[in-house]
Ligand binder design. Structure first.
Ligand SMILES: O=C(O)CCC(=O)C(=O)O
Ligand SMILES: [Fe+2]
Length: 202
């Protein structure tokens, strides 16, 4: 069962690429839920926009279950992963936040860690790709590094593929897209302390 393979890989190496997590049909119905009103992505809760633009240039829209059944189904699958990971690793993952991301031609996301300062409660990252007919000429690969800055893998953003990794352990970057690139990025979070404040649901 694929979920067990994911859990084994997280235990052994901390990351996993799950091909055909969803079928092309499911990808298509998710794409139909993608909203039109995008806004510029930020890099933290309190960052300034100019600084953010130098680091990432994609546009995002946070997922919510009112976007339709395919989105609800996606969130249900993430909930299953959350429960299994908690059962196996006692990670205490508390909730999941996720957004659609749209990279237009030239858009990128420079190397970063998802668990940024002041928000160390992002523990497990997921990225799901919605790009049918992706070819190498379309760019936008995800490069994953270890903490010694050694390249671990270069992942093509092909439709149906889910990438999962420990948020605190793997710097990564998105190479400039040469064609429109769509994804759902998400994070399982623990309850925690944010900027020295007890933070029960943020
Ligand atoms: O889209 C990707 O491949 C990764 C996106 C990412 O790193 C992020 O949104 O934090
Ligand atoms: Fe990231």
């Amino acid at each position: 069962m694929a979920l067990e393979t994911l859990l084994d890989a997280i235990a052994e190496q901390g990351w996993y690429v799950w091909d055909d997590f969803l079928s092309l049909e499911q990808v298509q119905s998710l794409r139909e839920c993608v909203p039109q009103d995008w806004y510029r992505a930020r890099i933290g809760r309190n960052d300034d926009l100019l600084q953010a633009k130098a680091i990432r240039s994609d546009r995002i829209q946070w997922l919510n279950s009112e976007m339709g059944l395919p989105v609800q189904d996606y969130l249900t699958r993430m909930e299953q992963i959350r429960c299994e990971v908690n059962r196996d690793f006692f990670m205490g993952l508390f909730e999941y936040e996720s957004h659609f991301a749209q990279y237009q031609v030239g858009d990128f996301y420079k190397k970063h860690l998802d668990a940024f300062r002041g928000q160390e409660n992002r523990k497990l990252t997921t990225v799901f790709y919605l790009n049918e007919n992706w070819t190498e000429a379309d760019g936008g690969e995800l490069k994953i590094y270890d903490m010694d800055d050694q390249l671990i893998d270069t992942v093509a953003p092909v439709a149906g593929r889910l990438v999962v990794f420990l948020s605190e352990n793997f710097p990564h970057e998105v190479l400039p897209a040469k064609a429109e690139r769509m994804s759902i990025a998400g994070w399982f979070r623990t309850n925690g302390v944010t900027e020295s404040r007890f933070d029960i649901a943020h």
